[in-house]
Design a protein around this ligand. Structure first.
Ligand code: ADP
Ligand code: ZN
Ligand code: ZN
Length: 740
């Protein structure tokens, strides 16, 4: 058909663009890529993004509909972001409309105007003489305010009891005028000067500096406290001085006021922060300040990678190994990998920083795809902590702690220092069981045990949020000896209070730090002087600077040693080092005690004695032998359904489709090195097969040849969409999964 149509990316799972006629009153030439439009899509009102226009369409004439409204005169997303979204959609096999949807703030997604980012403001117009025309005491009182201070935000005036009519009366007499602007975040003080760098820092800085005008990926591998952040700060100063913007991505848990403060103290430029705690309006404001270029520094978590920054000159991604950079539901993507793509399109550098780099990143650095920089010594005055494994095999424990560990805690507390006890399990006890018949409280909807919480008392499933009361009798044999087994942070807190009744204790986990405010208050507590016990989960382990902690005790590190996930050891090592890094950050040297049943575990010993880097190299060798990532590329096809055979059946069909020898990805290449085959594993049940009442199965696809693997995915997705009678099975592809 020959028609002028607008091609629109719509946020629905179907991987294609949709053609619409222009809105009835609109001119064809008004449509530009990157504008928002409102469309009626299968009786839903949706906001889509214009991708282009065309003069022909495959849609039959009768089916072509006009779009409802064009929302923007100028494009909202620029060419760079449009192309970025297209790349991501191809790589992750999602619809591009879903990625564009992630790029715009919720208010704009719902069709609001950009003006909503602005706040109304009233400013005094300098008058020739005292106004005679004001009537009534309220108007005079209002005028009085403007004599004291020439500008007032609208909401402050209304909060003080002035009505819109009273304010407008002054405006009509041309005494004040209305202005609207986006409030800038508080400007940084910029009063802290750069520190003189040590040799390693200087070398790292010089090398990255030498290539600021082109794409390169730098891995800055530096132990905790080695001064990575100082290197970022000095690098940023260069980029800002060139008139460019900087994006800093940090893990969800690491984005604290402390972190932001550090940047604000160094730079007087506007620093904008983006995280999940912002309300819709604040998010829109931050986004628009970035897009207009008023914000020079953006600090954000995962999804900030999609923020428009027209003058972006550098991306820094701190703690690059952190799992929170991977989106695990909905549109699955890795913000780290996306950062690389964005930087390469702009020809700017990316710096990935970590004390414990992921093996993927380390592999890329070792093979020369990334530039590798190492900081092996602590900067400043502190020394790395001494680490030791403490065997608890056949040892009596009280409150889960061995006697020598308790003695060590005692010693540090007596010296007025802080002790951090790390236990990565919240709640009171992980099991509630009957000693007479072996019954255990289990979730009805998951293959999981219920965790006992005492505050308030209940049993709780940490996977689906199911909750119930605590039975006084065993539902199976009616014994009244039902009891809590094992310990979580609540119980640990109770035991430690009994052992050290005079020492203040702060517990940080998802239950005590439920809101950002609560979290900040707990962090403030920790910064008070004097002896203190800190108890917590990984919320306490990441990114915080606790100057007074000199002893770190790690309980139950064993949980990760024998995990079914091939990344278990990698993640355990990262977590242990991260917690250990909290010890001895200032002058007093720190100690780390790791309680374990497996004190002779070779990899644990390697971590303690030779460090993360050495352990990582050894794990890499093992992965190479088994052709596991990063020596192969992996994609997971997951399916779930309310009944078990359905999910499995869908994956069986996918397997047959993929295995067909006629498919191009199965053909032999003449050069056998190029033609590494696609390997399929499964379908197998997920590690926790049943969750929230649904059965979960997975099919793993992997190949050393990424191109070959990816060539199978588009046809696979089309095939799965074409299957009949499968609409009760939910499925998704996870490209480069991190939990297997
Ligand atoms: P990292 O980000 O690698 O954990 P930081 O940048 O936070 O390390 O540095 C750790 C501590 O050392 C901070 O208190 C920092 O101010 C200090 N520091 C960093 N570089 C230097 C330096 N060159 N000289 C003195 N102190 C430094
Ligand atoms: Zn029983
Ligand atoms: Zn559950």
């Amino acid at each position: 058909m020959s028609f002028f149509v607008v091609k629109v990316a719509v946020p629905v799972p179907l991987r294609r663009l949709f053609d619409y006629l222009p809105a009835p009153s609109d001119q064809q030439s008004n449509y530009l890529p990157g504008q928002r439009v409102r469309v009626n899509f299968a009786n839903q009102l949706l906001t889509g993004i214009v991708v282009g226009t065309a003069t022909s369409t495959d849609v039959p004439e009768g089916k072509l509909r006009p779009l409802l409204e064009r929302l923007d005169t100028a494009p909202l997303l620029d060419q760079e972001l449009l192309a970025f979204g297209q790349w991501l959609a191809r790589y992750y096999h999602h619809n591009v409309g879903e990625f564009y949807d992630l790029m715009i703030p919720a208010l704009l997604r719902r069709g609001s105007n950009l003006d909503e980012a602005c706040e109304r403001h009233w400013t005094r117009i300098p008058p020739a003489d005292e106004p005679q025309t004001l009537r009534g005491s309220r108007q005079l009182a209002l005028w009085q305010r403007f004599c004291e201070q020439p500008g007032w935000p609208h909401h402050e005036l209304t909060a003080a009891g002035f009505t819109l009519a009273q304010i407008k009366a002054l405006a009509e007499r041309e005494l004040i005028r209305e202005e609207a602007s986006i409030p800038l975040p508080p400007a940084g003080s910029g009063d802290q000067s750069p520190l003189p760098l040590n040799d390693q820092q200087q070398q790292a800085l010089d090398r990255i500096r030498s290539g600021l005008d082109r794409f390169a990926v730098w891995l800055l591998e530096g132990i905790t406290g080695s001064g990575k952040t100082e290197v970022y700060l000095q690098l940023m100063a260069d980029v800002l001085a060139k008139g460019q913007q900087v994006m800093v991505l940090v893990p969800e848990i690491g984005l604290t006021p402390q972190t932001v403060q550090r940047f604000r103290r160094r730079f007087a430029e506007p620093v904008v922060v983006m995280h999940s705690g912002l309300n819709d309006r604040e998010r829109l404001q931050a986004w628009e300040l970035c897009r207009q270029g008023q914000a020079r520094i953006l600090i954000g978590t995962r999804s900030a990678i999609f923020t428009p920054l027209p003058e972006l000159g550098l991306i820094i991604l701190d703690e690059e190994h952190d799992a929170s950079f991977k989106q695990q539901d909905g549109v699955r993507y890795s913000a780290r990998d996306a950062a690389l793509v964005r930087a390469s399109k702009r020809q700017i550098p990316v710096v990935l920083g970590s004390a414990t780099p992921s093996l993927e990143t380390l592999h890329n650095a070792l093979t020369g795809r990334y530039q590798h920089l190492r900081l092996t010594r602590r900067a400043g005055l502190s020394r790395p902590p001494g680490m030791k494994l403490h065997s608890i095999l056949h040892q009596p424990l009280s409150a889960g702690l061995a006697q020598p560990v308790i003695a060590a805690i005692q010693k540090h507390l007596e010296q007025q220092q802080q002790v951090l006890v790390f236990l990565n399990r919240r709640g009171f006890a992980p099991l509630f069981a009957c000693p007479d018949c072996g019954w255990m409280a289990e979730c009805r909807r998951c293959d999981a045990r219920l965790t006992l919480h005492q505050n308030p008392p209940h049993l709780h499933c940490h996977h689906c949020d199911y909750q119930q009361g605590i039975p006084g009798f065993c539902p199976h044999c009616h014994s009244d000896r039902v009891q809590a087994l094992g310990q979580g942070t609540e119980r640990l807190q109770e035991s430690l209070l009994r052992l050290f009744p005079d020492v203040p204790l702060t517990r940080i986990d998802r239950d005590t730090a439920r809101t950002r405010n609560a979290f900040d208050e707990l962090l403030a507590e920790i910064h008070q002087p004097g002896a203190r016990l800190l108890v917590g989960t990984q919320m306490l382990a990441k990114g915080h600077h606790f100057p007074a902690v000199t002893l770190v005790v790690v309980l139950d590190a064993d949980a990760g040693l024998f995990s079914a996930d091939f990344r278990g050891m990698e993640h355990t090592a990262q977590l242990i080092l991260q917690v250990a890094g909290r010890a001895g950050r200032e002058e007093t040297p720190g100690e780390v005690w790791i309680q374990t049943f497996y004190a002779d575990h070779p990899q644990l010993n390697m971590l303690i004695n030779d460090g993360y880097h050495a352990l990582a190299l050894s794990i890499l060798q093992e992965r190479q032998r088994q052709t596991l990532p990063p020596f192969s590329h992996m994609v997971m096809l997951r399916a779930e359904a309310a009944d078990r055979p359905m999910a499995e059946q869908l994956l069986q069909q996918a397997r047959q489709f993929l295995q067909n020898p006629q498919q191009p990805w199965n053909r032999q290449h003449d050069n056998p090195l190029l033609g590494s085959p696609l390997v399929l594993l499964g379908p197998v049940p997920a590690i926790m097969e049943r969750r929230a009442g649904r059965f979960r199965q997975q099919l793993q696809l992997y190949s050393p040849d990424r191109a070959r693997l990816h060539s199978a995915l588009d046809p696979l997705v089309d095939y799965l969409h074409s299957l009949k009678g499968m609409n009760r099975v939910r499925w998704h592809l996870d490209v480069d999964p991190v939990d297997c």
